[in-house]
Design a protein around this ligand. Structure first.
Ligand code: FE
Ligand code: FE
Ligand code: ZN
Length: 277
């Protein structure tokens, strides 16, 4: 069975997201932990969280994916911005203990003019402050398109971060198909080669989630503009190979395509049709 869902609004709480996911044929979903531009965390209603946990169990949901606000920059030069990022991640991970056993994804950050090595150092330092042994969430680094000075475009950069994190058994990677395509990895013509490289440099056992997005831009464009499935330069055939690939087919897939709910429902149905049981 294909484990697939999409990004959902968290404005009506946990249980509402679970019900919405069911209504569009999904068996998982992604949500922002708070306003994507940052902002304060919402107080958790423990009953609402428990009700979602039950819904997920009853319906055999795959792991849920919480996405950190994308404005937080763990490798900012400014200490105040790094403190903000650390506080956001600490708060988010505490909140996620109400829905234990799921995934938390964040953008490694932008080093601006500090260079990749300093960026890697700051990101891993933050993770070393935030991660602790009793955490029931796996924290994922997202593969980035390499826009501006984003850290995490190459598998080597992600590996360098992981190597510096002490509790790295709490860590994994979320592969975004649009981002790695824009980052220069040819998943259209050489999916096997890209995954072999991933395995060699990071290790496929670290790969825990896929953001399934087509791309408006061409291979290596470093742009990061998502397209609907089949409407971009990756295309439906390559998407079909991705969801069926032996190394990927049992992972959870999350759509971040430019859609409202009916569009997501259609893409989920289409991909379920393309999945070879
Ligand atoms: Fe993201
Ligand atoms: Fe993504
Ligand atoms: Zn993106």
């Amino acid at each position: 069975m294909l484990n697939i869902g999409c990004h959902l609004s968290s404005s009506k709480g946990f249980l509402a997201m679970g019900k919405t996911a069911l209504s569009i044929g999904a068996n998982t979903f992604q949500f922002f932990t708070r306003n994507p531009r940052g902002g304060k965390a919402k107080a958790v209603n423990p009953e609402d969280a428990a009700a979602l946990v039950r819904l997920c169990q009853e319906n055999n949901f795959a792991k849920l994916l919480a996405h950190a606000p994308y404005t937080m920059n763990p490798c900012a030069a400014d200490e105040g911005l790094r403190d903000f990022a650390r506080n956001v991640m600490e708060g988010d991970l505490a909140m996620l203990e109400y829905v234990p056993g799921n995934l938390y994804n964040f953008h490694p950050g932008s080093h601006v003019k500090q260079g990749v090595e300093v960026g890697v150092e700051k990101i891993s330092a933050m993770l070393n402050e935030v991660l602790h042994k009793d955490l029931h969430t796996t924290v994922l680094l997202e593969t980035m398109a390499g826009k501006g000075s984003e850290v995490g475009r190459t598998f080597e950069e992600l590996r360098a971060i992981l190597d510096k994190v002490r509790l790295n058994e709490k860590m994994g990677v979320c592969l975004d198909t649009c981002h790695i395509f824009d980052g220069g990895y040819d998943i259209v013509n050489d999916l096997d080669g890209v995954l072999e490289k991933f395995d060699r440099i990071i290790g496929l056992e670290r790969l825990q989630a896929i953001h399934l997005n087509d791309s408006l831009n061409v291979l290596g464009s470093h742009k990061d503009r998502h397209a609907c499935i089949g409407a971009g330069n990756i295309g439906l055939e390559a998407m079909t190979r991705i969801i069926n690939h032996p190394a990927l087919r049992s992972l959870p897939f999350y759509l971040e395509t430019p859609n409202e709910l009916p569009g997501y429902a259609n893409e989920i149905a289409l991909l379920r049709e393309k999945y070879i049981e």
